[in-house]
Design a protein around this ligand. Sequence first.
Ligand code: UD1
Length: 418
Amino acid sequence: MQKLIIEGKKELRGKIFISGSKNASLPILAASILCNQASLQNVPLVKDIFTMIELLEYIGLKIKISEKKNILKIYNNDKNIKTLAPYKLVKTMRAGVLVLGSLLTKYGKAKVSLPGGCAIGTRPVDLHLFALKKLGANIKIKNGYIIAEAKKGLKGTTINFPSISVGATENALLAAYNAKGKTIIKNCAIEPEIKDLILFLNKLGANIKISGRTITIFESENKNYKIDHDIMFDRIETGSFIIASALIGKKIIIDRINPKIIKTEINILKKIGVKIKIKKTSVTILKSKNLKPMKILTKPYPGFPTDLQAQLMVLLTQANGVSKIKEAIFENRFMHVPELNRMGANIETKNNIAIIKGPTKLMGAEVMATDLRASVSLVLAGLTAENRTIINRIYHLDRGYEFLETKLKSCRAVIKRV
Ligand code: UD1
């Protein structure tokens, strides 16, 4: 099994180009079932994307990958389509469940494996099913599969989500694409990745408008079946590298982003004392000293993202005073805490609150990655710590970070994979 070995305390300087967003690419790939031909640019070629490609190929789509250019060309001639997403392809990546909305709206039926829980929480799909039922789908659960049918097609309606879910909003949007009449989705997630999906669907001829937490999908007859789309930048990768720079950077430029989309994160980091200069498509992080403690609550966008909680926690171990992080999205997302404490951090958890007493000197240790974002927090800790850090189970990192070591090495980090 592969490991990462990091020799810590090497000051970083240089430029990092941010990849396309994994969390925007996954629903857009699921949406590509709806067209006949799509060319997607700026797709990060990480493990989760390859799993989604495998799933689409299983369903019957043809996909050409241009690895050098990060372009995917997707073809669907609507022949020999299997409206099935098997367990083996959904169990390792929950986003597989997003093909449900596309298959149902286009082919009138879908059988998709229940994704089950995962390390960070139970992660049910009740809200996805709630939305599809509202649109008129007939849904049964049998032998671990969601069996959905809409023989006469789906019907536009009002879906008022009892709580906010990114995935359920995406599935509702996909399902509403071919629904008869108008669909209004209330209390929906408004993550930038959802806006990217809406942009894609509108290119496909949908007529979707968003206002506050309400999305309206008007019935549209003018469908296009051949389109190009450029995937937005990865805001979580961006945040992870900004925090790496704040921890151990001398001067790092983080390029190919839109800083306006990560205003909340930038404002919080500035309050902590991180020196950030903002340009139109990049940010520069300068050596930051005297970091201040902070109270953080993770929230749906435009709040502070749960996907940056673990990385921010590493930064707060270096702040002067007591910080608090309340994780309000997932019930079990502090698995990085014992590992960070083994490296010298002083963090206590009580239910969904972590209390971080800083500053603490971090020391290299052998640690274990537990999920995608927890893993990258260990990389950040390893870069900051004295001596050598060995990170085991790095397959989690490969699910979501493209060229992580190469990007860090280009900024003089000493990191290798064995
Ligand atoms: C997406 C992101 C993930 C991020 C999360 C929250 C992708 C591929 N993944 O995951 O990186 O951490 O948003 O920003 O984009 N819930 C229910 N019932 C449901 C669905 C969700 O109770 O049917 C709960 C979840 O357990 C969780 C909360 O709602 O507590 C938010 O989850 P959700 O927004 O759905 O996350 P994902 O779409 O799975």
